[in-house]
Design a protein around this ligand. Sequence first.
Ligand code: PHB
Ligand code: FE
Length: 329
Amino acid sequence: MTTTKAPAAGRKDGPNEFGYREFSLGEFRFSRDEYFAYVTWPTGRHVMSVDAFLRALQRDVAWEFFYGIVNFDGVLGTVNHYGTVDLFAGRYNDAYRKAELDHVENIDTPVIRELFAEMLDDWTNAGFDPFASPQETGSAFGNKHGQNTAAVTRHRVTAKRMVSLPGDEPLRDDANGHPVNRMFADVTQDEPEVYPEPGFEAEVGSFNLFSYLARSQVTWNPSVVSVCRDSLYCPTTEEYILPIIHGNDRAEWFVQLSDEIIWDVEDRDTGRKRAKVVMKAGDVAAMPSDIRHQGYSPKRSMLLVWENASLKIPQLISSGQFPTQPVEF
Ligand code: PHB
Ligand code: FE
């Protein structure tokens, strides 16, 4: 494995023959043409379909590198060290490791965040929305034509308060551009009735989570709807394929709220296959902290991702003080 100290971020001024800018981070080089994203480093080169690349890049940027590892595919990805980020090729791939072809650059978070955001904006054409399901967006392909800055800079909706209390995000409003998605036309839209004691009207609330989620315009993008200390409830709507293979640095709980998702679960460090998990509505699963996973949702479905956001957990797990599995059966 090779690494570089304090890598620099670079941009080529002019566009290439396809109209796209080229970027570098340390010894990594990024370019795209009509169909593909190309990544090179001193010991290797890699190619990905550009729609898949942009869907993964979009999540890495919007999620601030997420928890643990964001694999764009079995070769390329990032590790979040919460302040710095490793950009790697082949680091979590047994064959690349054994052949010593893997490469890692450790980069200050603001440097890689800025460069990734610029690349995402430059490489996303008019009409392509990396957060949308494939059936609800135009094409990522072709020579550069226009931009979709509004889509690629959209932020994950974070509830300001418990949803439904005064001051929350007004998400459940047809008039505000949040219509029910075509695949959730059967979701009932009634709201629970709540009768708080006088004086507690601003503190006691309740809402129809299914109605709320039915209006999400994006896929594979968990939003924080409630916070209790480090415990975050992050429901999301899923359709087609999770655009990243997520390598955990803590256990996560999944509650399948509707329909079905098929999960491929692999060893986090080598990519060895570990399990195929089919989750149907009502199923609950704990994903251990030493795996990576990618989900497939044949029909738009609702999933509750339950995260513990404590900054102490990765270290407690890597030092062996915490088990990798949250429950023993
Ligand atoms: C995950 O990696 O656990 C994950 C990410 C995004 C989702 C769902 C699950 O939408
Ligand atoms: Fe995950």
